[in-house]
Design a protein around this ligand. Structure first.
Ligand SMILES: NC(=O)c1ccc[n+]([C@@H]2O[C@H](COP(=O)([O-])OP(=O)(O)OC[C@H]3O[C@@H](n4cnc5c(N)ncnc54)[C@H](OP(=O)(O)O)[C@@H]3O)[C@@H](O)[C@H]2O)c1
Length: 234
């Protein structure tokens, strides 16, 4: 895909990995709809990244708000080219200590919102004569289970299954699907967690440069799954 003047939706754009994706895409002249709940963070990024970055204050788990935003934003003459399903959070606790509300909200943000953004973007992408690309951010926690991460593991394993099925479903419509499985990344993800991840974390900007590379591959070249790890984890 040739990136200049393409349109991207990035969920969880207010900080961390999503902010890095947005920055690198804006630098490539992509218009980025950056989605998150934190208005102040998104407005600060809009000052930093310029008019290519359009802040969208939205809770991805608010289905009505997400549906309204899609119908107000896109139409036959304004079609999204890129969707990066990145918003997510973690929670560390033994299964019997995990509050059911945390489980529900983790599934709503980490899984159901990925379904909603995808089901709403795909009809527009099918109208798009250009090759489109959906990137889902899972985790190495979507490949292997860890004690005290049952909810997070379940949410990220779900993203792997969803992505694999979706890839096979929409490839003939000219829509690429890539599922990413990163290890620990240097973001605020661990701030609220009892688990601190690897001391040698991945740099989000390096992951964003990889995403730009994946997006810029030629139309018949698909990387469907990709795992990223610190070389020396501890
Ligand atoms: N950091 C790691 O080590 C690591 C490793 C593997 C995978 N991941 C995955 O990478 C993704 C990005 O995480 P990160 O490391 O960048 O974490 P982060 O710095 O905590 O950022 C999380 C982002 O998700 C957004 N978000 C969370 N809940 C939301 C909601 N209900 N509605 C809208 N936006 C919401 C946050 O925005 P607001 O707070 O403004 O809503 C924020 O922009 C997540 O899916 C995470 O599971 C992270």
């Amino acid at each position: 895909m040739k990136l200049p003047n393409k349109i991207a939706i990035v969920t969880g754009a207010s900080k961390g990995l999503g902010a890095s994706f947005s920055k690198h895409l804006c630098e490539k002249d992509v218009t980025v709809y950056g989605i998150g709940r934190s208005e102040s963070d998104l407005n600060r990024l809009s000052t930093e990244f310029g008019s290519r970055f359009i802040p969208v204050i939205l809770d991805v788990s608010d289905r009505n708000a997400v549906e309204n935003w899609f119908s107000e934003t896109f139409n036959e003459s304004k079609l999204p080219d890129i969707l990066i399903n990145n918003a997510g959070f973690g929670y560390v606790s033994k299964v019997e200590d995990t509050p059911p509300e945390v489980w529900d909200s983790m599934m709503a943000v980490n899984v159901t919102a990925v379904f909603d953004f995808t089901r709403l973007a795909v009809p527009f992408m099918k109208m798009n004569p250009e090759t489109c690309h959906i990137i889902n951010v899972a985790s190495v926690a979507g490949l292997i289970g860890n004690p005290s991460l049952t909810a997070y593991n379940a949410s990220k394993f779900a993203i792997r299954g969803f992505s694999d099925a979706l890839m096979k479903e929409v490839r003939n419509d000219g829509i690429k699907v890539t599922c990413m499985f990163p290890g620990s990344i240097e973001t605020s993800f661990f701030d609220q967690l009892e688990m601190k991840g690897s001391p040698n974390k991945l740099n989000p900007d390096e992951i964003a440069r990889l995403v730009v590379f994946l997006l810029e591959t030629s139309s018949n070249f698909l990387v469907d799954e990709i795992t990223l790890r610190p070389l020396i984890p501890s």
